[in-house]
Design a protein around this ligand. Structure first.
Ligand SMILES: [Zn+2]
Length: 319
């Protein structure tokens, strides 16, 4: 990993916190092999540090935030992408959520539920499968683009040694799109800041959506090469603050040629607000409000950003 510590605030020339769409040019018709690269610096550090998760749990949430950024950037219209795992393991639920509004900025947030008793039985370095990949577990993806497109939900089993495996299975089996994907999240060894990154390439059906995918010999070779090169990416390369996404893409695909498109900027932002919570509390019965009142206050915690809002019973009962 890099020797230079990263800084907390994004400097003006920072290339962190973005999704970079790209296309591999190759010898054949362009446009068959497309991908997205994601890099998170301060965004993932802020989200993970708002909580106090054990490192192996934080890594999974960090990778899921990268996946949410990738999928969110594929949305045609503004909307919300939610990725959620559910299982009977020591980490029963992980949620990552991406929202794009009219300003074109991608907002990320996320959290994990932990069963501390179950987790304590797993030792210092629990595997992904141990933490969330239990037999009955699944990962759900929801894409909601408002009234512009029908709400979409896809589900895949939590099978595999990593979140990358689960995501690859999802695209290959549920979406019928040949996909190679790598996700990573870890602490910078020098600065202690969390970083996350990922890269995905897909073999898309040629031409208009819905047409038959053409995998002739040449495109098959191009696809094989693109996916094999991607598997050679090292975790350090996905996270390195000194290696921006364009340099990484050039390193991987300069032989075939790689064309990059405008990147999407990502920030950490939560949708909770005092007003929204107050509106929700006003819908509660008097009994429920009495139950929730401790020492004359009603404290409500937002699980996503770990902010606690405090209300008096008068706030809730008033108009
Ligand atoms: Zn919040």
């Amino acid at each position: 990993m890099n020797k230079t510590p990263i800084v907390v605030a994004d400097p003006p020339d920072s290339r962190d916190n973005e999704v970079r769409p790209f296309q591999i040019e190759g010898q054949t018709d362009a446009g068959d092999v497309r991908g997205r690269a994601v890099r998170l610096g301060t965004v993932v550090d802020q989200i993970l540090k708002a909580h106090d998760y054990p490192d192996p749990v934080a890594r999974i949430l960090g990778e899921m935030l990268v996946l949410a950024g990738m999928l969110g950037s594929i949305m045609k219209f503004d909307g919300i992408v939610t990725i959620q795992t559910k299982s009977g393991g020591p980490v029963p639920m992980v949620v990552a959520d991406f929202e794009r509004r009219a300003d074109g900025i991608g907002r990320l947030r996320g959290y994990a539920d932990i069963d501390t008793v179950k987790l304590s039985a797993f030792g210092k370095n629990p595997s992904f499968e141990g933490l969330i990949g239990s037999k009955s577990g699944y990962m759900a993806l929801t894409i909601d683009q408002g009234d512009k497109m029908e709400r979409y939900q896809g589900i895949v089993e939590l099978k595999g040694a990593s979140l990358s495996d689960v995501a690859r299975n999802y695209f290959t089996n549920s979406e019928q799109t040949p996909t190679e994907i790598r996700l990573a999240c870890d602490k910078d060894t020098v600065s202690g800041f969390w970083r996350a990154g990922g890269i995905m390439v897909q073999h898309l059906a040629r031409g208009e959506e819905g047409r038959e995918r053409i995998l002739d010999r040449e495109t098959q070779e191009q696809w094989d090469r693109a996916s094999i090169l991607m598997r050679s990416v090292k975790t350090e390369e996905l996270l390195d603050p000194q290696l921006d996404l364009d340099q990484l893409l050039y390193r991987l695909y300069h032989d075939d040629g790689v064309r990059v498109f405008a990147s999407e900027h990502l920030v950490h932002a939560c949708r909770c607000s005092r007003n929204n919570l107050l509106t929700a509390l006003k819908g509660f019965s008097d009994d429920d409000i009495n139950h929730a009142t401790v020492d004359g206050r009603i404290d409500v915690n937002c699980q996503f950003c770990n902010t606690t809002y405090s209300f008096s019973p008068e706030d809730v009962r008033g108009d």
